[in-house]
Design a protein around this ligand. Structure first.
Ligand code: SF4
Length: 349
């Protein structure tokens, strides 16, 4: 989740970005649209609708479902026999569990519009960070059992409420369910972009099955150090390497997130980086990697909101909020790296 976006610096960088890319048109927002640069006459290909009609969506959902046999949906690859009722390291069995669904106005502005982002919060999480602000959902497992048809109905309901996208939060362990629900919902007329709101730690094998299905990837890039990732995210030492490969695959699938003339993003990669105290997130190296491996106009949300939630008070380096100096240094690094599409979160009061 993300809160409050404003600030002079953000406005300046956004204005510069819009000046440079104001002629980019995004057409066919919704089911698997493609983007057209500078022309509204290029044909629109509704590939996801086709995928529903020709059974490809069902097939992808089935392939993802089979990955739960000895689960390898996420990089934890814990091998839980979810189809036999076992719960994995993430806490999930094959039974879908959802915490809440509603229009959400606290996400990045290009994802909110007037109607809000149609957010569905999935219960459980495979990364399990000790500082998670949503620990009741991710660690404690607060949520309600739902059927896949229920989730499809939620998607339709959110669209009916005026939401501008369907935003699945912490989706990976329920990827099979989401794709199957989407298949049902598209059959009932759903025509909204799908936002994959993830910790960034994704397997390529899973992402490839989402190619053509996800419109907007919204990953975190949390750490540049495997040591930090292991310490604060339940031993996930491979987080930096795995996430870098995942970001490249996401970029390949959906490209750079260019706003449409209305300022909304309908397709593309939007990265979040939460700056943590005492250099724990390795912000300099995260920024350097993005600037060297992705387009300079890659959307990057630099977040200042870190707060020592859940078990963070047990770890001295992350037991306090970020200082203004630490955050300003992060912003300076991003600007110096030549990144041109920065969203700078103001410091919390
Ligand atoms: S999604 Fe859950 S059950 Fe599957 S590999 Fe990851 S942690 Fe294990």
């Amino acid at each position: 989740m993300w809160y409050n976006m404003a600030g002079d610096m953000m406005k300046r960088t956004r204005r510069r970005f819009l000046q440079e890319f104001g002629s980019i048109l995004v057409v066919g927002a919704g089911a698997g649209m493609v983007e057209a640069a500078g022309s509204s006459e290029r044909p629109v290909k509704y590939s996801r609708l086709e995928m529903h009609r020709n059974g490809e969506l069902r097939e992808r959902g089935n392939k993802l479902w089979d990955m739960m046999e000895e689960c390898k949906l996420c990089p934890r690859m814990c091998g839980a026999k979810r189809l036999e009722g076992e719960r994995g390291f993430c806490g999930a069995s094959a039974q879908l569990e959802i915490t809440s669904w509603h229009p959400h106005f606290g996400e990045e502005r290009p994802l909110v519009g007037r109607g809000g982002s149609g957010t569905i919060f999935m219960t459980h999480c495979g990364l399990r960070c000790v500082f998670c602000i949503n620990w009741e959902i991710s660690h404690r497992g607060d949520g309600v059992e739902k059927e896949i048809a229920d989730m499809a109905a939620m998607m339709i309901e959110l669209e009916g409420m005026g939401c501008i996208n369907i935003n699945v939060v912490t989706p990976t362990h329920y990827a099979p369910h989401i794709v199957q629900a989407l298949d049902i919902a598209i059959g009932k007329g759903l025509n909204l972009p799908l936002v994959w709101n993830t910790c960034g730690w994704e397997r390529l094998e899973t992402l490839r099955l989402l190619d053509g299905i996800v419109d907007i990837y919204l990953p975190d890039f949390k750490y540049s150090s495997g040591e930090m990732a292991a310490k604060y995210s339940a031993g996930a030492r491979d987080y930096p390497k795995v996430t870098q490969q995942a970001l490249l695959e996401m970029q390949r699938q959906v490209g750079t997130a260019y706003p449409a003339p209305d300022g909304l993003v309908h397709r593309g990669l939007m990265i979040r980086h939460l700056v943590m105290p005492n250099g724990v997130s390795g912000t300099g190296r995260v920024i350097h990697w993005i600037s060297e491996n992705l387009p300079k106009d890659t959307y990057l949300n630099l977040m200042s909101q870190y707060t020592p939630a859940y078990m963070a008070s047990r770890y001295p380096d992350i037991s306090r909020r970020l200082t203004r100096e630490e955050f300003e240094k992060a912003v300076e690094l991003a600007e110096r790296a030549g990144l041109t599409n920065l969203d700078i979160q103001p410091m919390p009061r």
